[in-house]
Design a protein around this ligand. Sequence first.
Ligand SMILES: NC(=O)c1ccc[n+]([C@@H]2O[C@H](COP(=O)([O-])OP(=O)(O)OC[C@H]3O[C@@H](n4cnc5c(N)ncnc54)[C@H](O)[C@@H]3O)[C@@H](O)[C@H]2O)c1
Ligand SMILES: O=P(O)(O)OC[C@H](O)CO
Length: 357
Amino acid sequence: MSEWYPATSPITLPTLADNGAEPGGERIVVIGGGNWGTTFAKIVADGGRNVTLVVRRPEVVDEINEAHRNTTYLPGINLPSRIHATCDLAASVASADLIFLSVPAQTARENIEEFRPFMTADASIISLMKGMERSTGKRMSEVISDVSGLGADRIAVASGPNIALEIARGEPTAIVVASESEQLAVRVAQVARNSYLRSFVNQDVVGTEFGGVLKNLIAIAIGISDGVGYGENTKASIMTRGLAEITDFAVAMGASRETMMGLAGLGDLIATCMSPLSRNFTAGRLLGQGYSYQDVNSRMEQTAEGLRSVESILLLANQHSVPMPIVQQINDVLDGKMSPTDLAPHLATDNEIPRGE
Ligand SMILES: NC(=O)c1ccc[n+]([C@@H]2O[C@H](COP(=O)([O-])OP(=O)(O)OC[C@H]3O[C@@H](n4cnc5c(N)ncnc54)[C@H](O)[C@@H]3O)[C@@H](O)[C@H]2O)c1
Ligand SMILES: O=P(O)(O)OC[C@H](O)CO
């Protein structure tokens, strides 16, 4: 855990004038023009900086640059003209200091492989993603390190209670930027701040990253309860025991307990479990309503990372002997081995009276 800026306390960042950087002084690229990538580009632009947003479809480029909209992902939101959209990944990366990556976790490796040859010597990569790579069980910062060969001082992650559409509407929000490098975390925090969004920083990359991954799983369980028709007691029980479960797991993996009680843990758990806009909650609700995993996958138009992170987390939990009864039961529901109605009573692993509350 950070000795210098605890995730629970605000820090005083230099203003743009104080640190000598002109607005737009950092050359910033966001890769991925979906719900979060577009919103993150708006955050940066609303802070007074120019930002390049790399998207895949030319018609989205035209819509963003001409109409200042991305109606597929952010209906009703006007985008700042400081966002410049393009399909040209190579040229964008070749002139970037900070490269923010916001694609589905399962495609991150191939995306980084594609742009790595074009990175400048001192560019850094920041993960905005909240999934695990299924084939390797790695976190996104580990995938970035693997593929790019960058040192930990040039890798950061951002996480927190960040439902994209709410932030795109300008509703006040906080985010956590974590890097082993204090300097990089602060640089990124300076870029990711404006009148409605404030960045906190810490050095706990493991905790900040796992907070974002793990809350998705609990949000699926909450969605399942909602779909079944259970009320607030059930959801509160799952959220509370879920927080205990994911905290024990994250700490066993090297995270700080404090991070899990902060914005990237508890904060994001609350936002994702409470919001009908959450894709993980929505996927869970469909499961609770009786749809199969296959049906849910085909109905989801946006990325619900939790669905693809469950197995990796359970594998790691087994390797580290951490009991995860709620996550195990989500997996059983996804596999069709457990009825959604049976999820709620099974908040502990055994038939003993659970202790420790
Ligand atoms: N939406 C949110 O509120 C939010 C908030 C914080 C973090 N996140 C995280 O951000 C990441 C991206 O989520 P999102 O909400 O933008 O998802 P999304 O489904 O809205 O968008 C994903 C984007 O990735 C693009 N994409 C898909 N496959 C690709 C590929 N092979 N190569 C390049 N691009 C590809 C899609 O075209 C789309 O633009 C996820 O890990 C998510 O957990 C999302
Ligand atoms: O829509 P979800 O479920 O991917 O959640 C979005 C963000 O991660 C909330 O912080």
